[in-house]
Write a protein that binds this ligand. Structure first.
Ligand code: PXP
Length: 252
């Protein structure tokens, strides 16, 4: 995923973690996340995202191996900033890594990474990844302090956490939703002004994707849980097509 122009086509990264969640509920081999990734590719995904968590609650090391080996679109490997994950990334050399915070007790990635208070360690942590030619993205809240810190440590990309915006929408707190959206809009522009590539994701649905897709500085959205859930009703190909259609319509 190279640097895109200012208002280029918005890329869709499909996160297949929750195909693995369903598989793991029975401990067998199906549904196979790699098959879902291939289907997503065929349906027009511009990249595949997978988060290898410390507790391997969804995708496993074998899944990552298969994705790194077989995908034709770029792999965005989500990982915590641990030595174990760094070694795995350096072994597979995915197109990109997205550094995310991780707590064992959380159900999903609840907040952005605290970069500002961990700047030195993170700068050293990402250096070998950058040296290996891997594009480094940092998953952060839409917060100027965190964006500046991500820029200082040498990240190429920031992914802005859209969870608070999506939660406010789902809970009918529309004033909060609009405030979150405004914050995301301003911070997308700010990150772009520093020369960072801007991505966004977490919790996006058909109902919430368009205002984010309309931000001209955002070049990639990473979406998983909703697409996999919707696939139960309409199939993965159709859920991806509809998301793609909404993104393109918002971009126009
Ligand atoms: N981006 C990042 C950095 C994430 O951690 C996740 C969740 O794994 C997503 C995007 C996708 O979020 P969702 O599954 O809610 O669409």
């Amino acid at each position: 995923m190279s640097d895109a122009g200012f208002v280029g086509r918005l890329r869709l990264g499909v996160n297949i973690d929750h195909v693995a969640t369903v598989r793991n509920a029975r401990g067998g081999a199906v549904p196979d996340p790699l098959r879902a990734a291939r289907l997503a590719e065929a349906a027009g995904a511009d990249g595949i995202t997978a988060h290898l968590r410390e507790d391997r609650r969804h995708v496993t090391d074998t899944d990552i191996e298969g994705l790194a080996r077989d995908l034709t679109v770029p792999l965005n490997f989500e990982m915590a900033a641990t030595e174990e994950m760094q070694a795995i990334a350096l072994r597979h050399r995915p197109h990109a890594v997205c550094i995310v915070p991780e707590k064992r007790e959380e159900r999903t990635t609840e907040g952005g990474l605290e970069v500002a208070q961990d700047e030195n360690r993170l700068a050293h942590f990402i250096a070998p990844l950058r040296d290996a030619g891997i594009r480094v993205s940092i998953f952060i809240a839409a917060d100027a302090r965190q964006i500046e810190a991500a820029h200082r440590i040498g990240a190429a990309v920031v992914e802005l956490h859209t969870g608070a915006y999506c939660d406010a929408h789902a809970e009918g707190r529309f004033d909060d939703r609009d405030a979150e959206l405004e914050r995301l809009r301003k911070m997308s522009a700010f990150a772009h002004s520093l020369g960072l590539e801007v991505h966004a994701g977490h919790g996006l649905t058909y109902d919430t994707v368009q205002p984010i897709a309309a931000f001209p500085e955002v070049v990639e959205l990473n979406i998983g849980h909703f697409l996999v859930g919707e696939a139960i009703f309409v199939g993965l190909e159709a859920s991806i097509h509809e998301m793609r259609r909404l993104m393109d319509a918002a971009r126009d």
